[in-house]
Write a protein that binds this ligand. Structure first.
Ligand SMILES: Nc1ncnc2c1ncn2[C@@H]1O[C@H](COP(=O)(O)OP(=O)(O)OP(=O)(O)O)[C@@H](O)[C@H]1O
Length: 346
């Protein structure tokens, strides 16, 4: 069942309509990543849910409790049972870690000390009670910010690009710990990001926003493998995009015969192939291709190929490779599995 429900939310700043009817359902205990390009309205949506901004229309409710329903209903942010973790922790610099975490707890609560220790343990910082924020790394500060957010047992935790200031290796580990901490407490998470890899790897639900609306919400697999439209396909991962005509469920393309998912509509339109669907095979059995560049990442590698496209124009194709990098310039390629298909609207 949905815990967080957003229905038809609109928000304008003067003449600029930033949210144009946002609908979103987040199941209880799930983590949703709201993914979209800069300026599409992600942070504004977060601020409306937090109660920092008043919506012009629509509703926000949590656990069936109506929080926003203009013109009459606007529950104050501190009464929403919603916590916010901002981009950079925004810890109180003059308070110890323990006092930062305890900030949202009642002063006279006899369990205060124990609760702070529990929360610090949850975010992997047991024993850090007496440290000052300035003595912590960026990743540790974000963990403390999360512990502080979780302290008053919110129903929903809103995270606004909380990992953006961290370096890549740290980001992955803090991300995993944040996800584990949210799961352990049962809080429902709402993560704003413009990083598709972060959204796909961290969230239970990915909501792709564009121009003030959610264009698709689904599991990471659904959004990646069955994107709602070409822009979503391009936004959530690398793609080879081909103009094509499908007849009898098959398209003849410069990458060979490609098949969209069964039941697709024949006609002309656009096909999307993901790099991991492209496999290198012997020259004489695959589509002839030329290796243009290779990039080694350790666990795998990217190979940029070129095949002859329409009218002989070079068509770049990216593929992932485990094992040895090709040393030859000429290879063959084969595309496996159903490709995404967007017929042109007639
Ligand atoms: N308080 C405000 N007053 C006027 N315009 C605003 C205000 N807040 C946001 N905007 C505008 O609303 C639009 C959406 O901003 P928002 O911060 O929600 O986007 P975003 O998707 O979070 O972008 P980013 O990824 O860059 O943070 C932008 O054009 C921004 O300039």
């Amino acid at each position: 069942m949905s815990l967080l429900e957003v229905r038809g939310v609109r928000k304008s700043f003067d003449d600029l309509e930033v949210l144009r009817g946002v609908d979103l359902d987040v199941p209880s205990g799930a983590l949703v990543a709201v993914l979209g390009p800069s300026g599409c309205g992600k942070t504004t949506l977060l601020r409306v849910i937090a109660g920092f901004e008043r919506a012009g229309a629509g509703t926000v409710s949590v656990g069936g409790r109506l929080l926003t329903a203009p013109p009459g209903t606007h529950v104050a942010p501190e009464k929403r049972r919603i916590a916010v973790v901002p981009q950079e922790g925004a810890l109180f610099p003059h308070l110890t870690v323990a006092d930062n975490v305890a900030y949202g707890l009642r002063r006279r609560d006899p369990r205060r000390g124990r609760r702070v220790s529990e929360l610090l343990e949850l975010v992997g910082l047991e024993g850090y009670e007496r440290r000052m924020p300035a003595e912590l790394s960026g990743g540790q500060q974000q963990r403390v910010a999360l512990a502080r957010a979780l302290a008053p047992e919110p129903q929903v935790v809103l995270l606004d690009e909380p990992f953006s200031a961290l370096d890549a290796a740290l980001r992955a580990s803090v991300r995993a710990d944040v996800r584990a901490a949210l799961r352990a407490t049962g809080a429902t998470g709402f993560l704003v990001t413009h990083d598709q890899e972060e959204a796909l790897s961290t969230a239970d639900v990915v909501a792709v926003m564009r121009d003030g609306v959610v264009v698709q919400a689904g599991t990471p697999e659904q959004v990646y493998r069955a994107p709602h439209d070409l822009d979503v396909a391009r936004f959530v991962g690398e793609a080879v995009v081909l103009a094509a005509t499908v007849a009898g469920g098959v398209a003849r393309t410069p990458l060979g015969e490609l098949r969209p998912a069964p039941g697709c509509v024949d006609g002309s339109g656009t096909l999307v192939v993901r790099p991991e669907q492209v496999h290198l095979v012997a020259c004489d059995v695959g589509v002839p291709a030329r290796v243009v560049d290779t990039v080694f990442y350790g666990h795998d590698a990217s190979v940029l190929l070129e095949v002859d496209g329409e009218g002989g124009a070079p068509l770049p194709v990216l593929c992932r490779l485990q094992g040895d990098l090709p040393v030859t310039e000429r290879v063959g390629l084969r595309v496996d599995g159903p490709v995404s298909w967007f017929p042109r609207a007639s």
